[in-house]
Design a binder for this molecule. Structure first.
Ligand code: PNS
Length: 160
């Protein structure tokens, strides 16, 4: 059976931490869907198309990665694409409590999908899309925080 994994997120914008999780999980699973949540209550700055476009740019060397978006429940989306794995990145112990609950809920809704956790690398452990947006807003240096292919897109959006 081929392994199909889904890595969901808001990706507003994608960071080097996201790319690290994508790159490492793409080596483990046959197909990795990177799925942008379409109805987040976080009111993202970038549109779904902009986020998908940035994700496509930074993953175009990974040929088993598919960029998509979804509405509604992640567990239902996993069922729809026959994913047997949900990938989540853990930065710190504080992420764990929430993600543990999500893993249980998602497995309750869709028992065919198990959650796989990857810990981020130490150099990405402080990174988040919110931190990146703050730095970009004040034209700070995004080196090693946002993949170079999309840095200009991030600066333009945050300083427009
Ligand atoms: O990048 P984020 O914002 O941490 O990603 C959060 C995401 C998209 C993984 C999470 O909000 C999610 O799965 N949303 C879909 C709705 C859902 O399935 N919620 C869990 C069951 S209540």
């Amino acid at each position: 059976m081929s392994s199909i994994a889904v890595y969901p997120g808001t990706f507003d914008p994608p960071t080097c931490g996201h790319l690290d999780i994508i790159t490492r999980s793409a080596k483990v699973f046959d197909t990795l869907y990177v799925a942008v949540l379409n109805n987040s209550d976080k009111t993202p700055i970038f549109s779904v198309d902009e986020r998908k476009n940035m994700l496509s740019r930074i993953t175009n060397n990974l040929n088993n990665v598919v960029i998509t978006s979804f509405n509604g429940l992640l567990a239902d989306y996993a069922k729809q694409i026959n994913a047997n794995v949900i990938v989540k990145g853990l930065r710190a112990v504080s992420d764990y409590e929430y993600e543990y609950q999500m893993a249980l809920i998602n497995n309750k809704i869709n028992p065919a999908a198990d959650t796989f956790f990857l810990t981020t690398t130490a150099e990405n452990s402080f990174l988040s899309s919110s931190v990146v947006k703050d730095i970009a807003r004040y034209k700070g240096d995004l080196t090693n925080m946002v993949p170079s292919e999309i840095q200009s897109i991030v600066y333009s959006k945050l300083t427009e």
